[in-house]
Design a protein around this ligand. Sequence first.
Ligand SMILES: [Zn+2]
Length: 124
Amino acid sequence: MNDVPPETIRSASRRYYSVRRTFWRFFIGGIFVIICVKELDQILQNRVDSAIRLVISFVLAMAFLACMIVVFVASRRSQRFRCPRCGRKFIPSIGSTWTFSDAQCIRCGLGLERRYLRNGDAEA
Ligand SMILES: [Zn+2]
């Protein structure tokens, strides 16, 4: 297990979890935008001109679309992520981006840990 330098594992962990973090931030952001669309429309219903409401809805729809594009790209990036030890794909396929736990390479079992995101000097 110690054949990969700790610094390599550390930097791979940071890259991997940074992509995963981006995925979740924008996924939750997208849900938040949907909630805003619904709530704002109700709040503004009798107060604002329908044309303005349409513009606001359009802007929010574009924000939602942008979030989903980032989610898609981050998901693809995490699926294409290469293991620093064996050089093959780190996670199997669709679905793996959804887990919250620490990840292990499906080929060689090398583990990448979230803690490197917070503490760059942590040692195993
Ligand atoms: Zn591996």
